[in-house]
Ligand binder design. Structure first.
Ligand code: SAM
Length: 204
């Protein structure tokens, strides 16, 4: 059960994200698929993919074009609407849902979502690192329940030093602790001026 402070923290993050999309094109919305995702799927047989925090859908659309069966979720309805429009314009089929990546297990209610597994690939570009600490284990549980054997999670995250707020950031040690049943198989520093990392985890 979340405390009032935790609930307020979640609401503040949600409002901040909505404001980014309301204001126009958010700074992260580059329309460019990162080479790290391209490399991970290169030569790989397409399977089922779930993107967490898909924004306007650039990377979900990229995967769908390669033949992946894609579901992509984002907390912000405006982002999801744009993702659907982009996919339609590209003539690509992917399922975009407005949903909280930390509530995948809560069923189809006000906050929950029905996203049945199993997935071979999870992709998270800067979503987990913005999730308040008290929701992170629920995020991990949602993915773990839906992971096929040998499934991979490719995650990009900012280090805690990149922010001056008490919520954001992720470290390799945190992922090793939270992701039980997964191996952290690679950590590659990003090229940003602040600490960033590409994490690859594999479901054991
Ligand atoms: C930095 S943006 C990156 C968006 C997208 N991956 C891209 O590269 O353009 C992080 C995204 O995660 C979404 N997000 C944050 N917390 C979330 C949550 N709990 N559930 C679903 N999406 C979330 C935000 O709304 C935002 O679109």
């Amino acid at each position: 059960m979340a405390t009032d402070t935790e609930r307020r923290q979640e609401q503040a993050v949600h409002r901040m994200l909505e404001e980014y999309y309301r204001a126009g094109k958010p700074p992260w919305d580059t329309d460019v698929t990162p080479p790290e995702l391209v490399a991970l799927v290169d030569g790989r047989e397409p399977g089922r993919a779930l993107e967490l925090g898909c924004g306007t859908g650039t990377n979900a659309i990229y995967l769908a074009r390669l033949g992946w069966d894609v579901v992509a979720v984002d907390l912000v309805d405006r982002a999801v609407e744009q993702a659907r429009a982009k996919a339609a314009a590209a003539g690509v089929t992917a399922r975009f849902l407005c949903a909280d990546a930390t509530r995948l297990d809560e069923g189809e209610d006000e906050d929950g979502v029905d996203v049945p597994g199993r997935y071979d690939l999870f992709f998270d570009l800067s979503c987990f690192c913005a999730i308040p600490a008290h929701r992170r284990d629920a995020y991990v549980a949602g993915l773990t329940h839906r992971a096929a054997t040998d499934a991979h999670l490719l995650m990009f995250g900012y280090g805690p030093e990149a922010f001056d707020d008490p919520i954001s950031g992720v470290t390799a040690d945190e992922l090793r602790t939270r992701f039980t049943g997964w191996d952290l198989v690679d950590v590659t520093p990003g090229t940003n001026p602040v600490p960033t990392f590409w994490f690859t985890l594999r479901r054991t």
